[in-house]
Design a binder for this molecule. Structure first.
Ligand SMILES: [Zn+2]
Length: 153
């Protein structure tokens, strides 16, 4: 796997080293003097700065790359490598959503069963009413939890 910095430099014209960074002609505008500064940041990510003001998106597009090509595989947008053992908050929320929806489905199934039984018995007894009320309360709480988890995904 080619490091992102090498990959980017290979596509640029007029590259020269200047201290701890590289200067190159910006591929996104008609650049006579090297206006584009390139350096390596945390986690191997590539930092680009065009003194003429071209956006990073425009610069990478001009050399046939995408913004995500500026990051080493396995590094997040902050440049920190993260292990697969540590899910992002979004991933955790997605898993939580699935768990909550399952719980809600179980409630719906139970309610259906109670309703069918009550109908067959010609009416719900006190125990059934109490359980249905408890299920409704639990379902309302679950819906709020699901909405909160969905917001984070
Ligand atoms: Zn430019």
């Amino acid at each position: 796997m080619t490091p992102p910095l090498e990959r980017v430099l290979a596509q640029l014209q007029g590259v020269r080293r200047s201290g701890d960074q590289y200067l190159a002609r910006c591929p996104s505008h008609d650049d006579r003097s090297p206006s584009l500064a390139v350096r390596e940041g945390d986690g191997g990510r590539v930092l680009l700065h065009d003194h003429a003001g071209c956006t990073i998106e425009a610069i990478v597009a001009a050399i046939g790359l995408e913004v995500r090509d500026l990051f080493a595989p396995g590094a997040d947008a902050g440049g920190r490598a993260r292990s697969s053992q540590q899910p992002t908050p979004q991933e955790r929320a997605a898993v939580e959503c699935v768990r909550l929806r399952d719980a809600r489905r179980a409630i719906a199934t139970r309610r259906m069963l109670l309703t069918v039984r009550a109908r067959e018995a010609g009416g719900a007894d006190d125990a059934t009413w109490n359980e249905l009320a408890a299920l409704a309360e639990r379902e309302t709480a679950l819906l709020a939890e699901i909405a909160a988890a969905e917001e984070q995904t």
